[in-house]
Design a protein around this ligand. Structure first.
Ligand SMILES: N[C@@H]1[C@@H](O)[C@H](O)[C@@H](COP(=O)(O)O)O[C@@H]1O
Length: 254
């Protein structure tokens, strides 16, 4: 794992965006895995401000709530259109269908799609309980795209996007941990003290299904971009090394 610890959330987002921009440059085709939630919103603004050319890029999203049609204001389909796709045209974009009549069939379709196109770079966030995408604690490490029951802590963490907790879906379709690990490269961004415990376990605990993000330790190409708050539960030495790495990242691009 390559770990960078930026001084602010904005600097962390800038690092992650710059990494993605550099990977897209000069490519004829590229498959970019995208994430939802608050963390990537700042990066998606940078795509727009930079008018980044994504006309050669195919995107695949990690997950979608079951029961929400693409035009539902709280669906991840809608989130991506509003935060990115309405302003930055992609060659094509894929998000699981939360309104599929047969969710299990939709998981098989989506898994086959993601495997067939192959993800060059997967952007990830992390949940407070260490979930990635919607792979909740206890998810098998070899899970493919599947229907998942959302934990109460995950529903609670996402209720801010809904009028009430009762409106937060209880199930989702999510890329599995094995699906995510199949990406050639992974960039995970975490900011704020709410993520500090999950980040500590992701980096410093023995891989365990209780902290799904720990599986990333076994991936050959993972960059973890943190702000100081999200890194605050990690060992002091790791924080110091990460801060130097972030400073170096900016200095060589100045
Ligand atoms: N399915 C999403 C995850 O992909 C995201 O990483 C997580 C954290 O979101 P936030 O960035 O808002 O903290 O929320 C949801 O669970």
């Amino acid at each position: 794992m390559n770990i960078l610890v930026a001084n602010t959330p904005q600097d962390a987002e800038q690092i992650a965006y710059t990494l993605i921009k550099e990977r897209l440059a000069g490519k004829r085709e590229f498959v970019l895995g995208l994430a939802t939630g608050s963390t990537p919103v700042g990066m998606y603004k940078m795509f727009k401000q930079d008018r980044l050319d994504c006309s050669h890029v195919t995107s695949v999203n990690l997950d979608e709530y079951i029961g929400l049609a693409p035009d539902h204001p709280q669906s991840y389909h809608h989130f991506m259109e509003e935060k990115l796709f309405d302003d930055v045209p992609f060659k094509e974009s894929h998000v699981p269908r939360g309104d599929a009549p047969d969710p299990e069939q939709e998981t098989a379709r989506y898994e086959a799609l993601v495997r067939s196109i192959g993800v060059d770079l997967q952007l990830l966030g992390i949940g407070e309980n260490g979930h990635i995408a919607f792979n909740e604690p206890g998810t098998a490490l070899d899970a493919k795209t599947h229907v998942t029951e959302l934990t109460e802590s995950t529903r609670e963490a996402n209720r801010r996007f809904f009028d009430s907790i009762d409106e937060v879906p209880t199930q989702a379709i999510t890329m599995g941990l094995d699906t995510i690990m199949n990406a050639r490269e992974i960039v995970l961004v975490a900011t704020g003290t709410r993520k500090a415990e999950a980040v500590h376990h992701m980096i410093e605990s023995v891989p365990t299904i209780e902290w799904p993000a720990t599986i990333l330790q076994a991936h050959p190409s993972v960059t973890v971009v943190l702000d100081k708050e999200a890194a605050s539960r990690c060992a002091e030495a790791l924080q110091a090394r990460g801060n130097e790495a972030a400073a170096r990242f900016f200095s060589i691009r100045a």
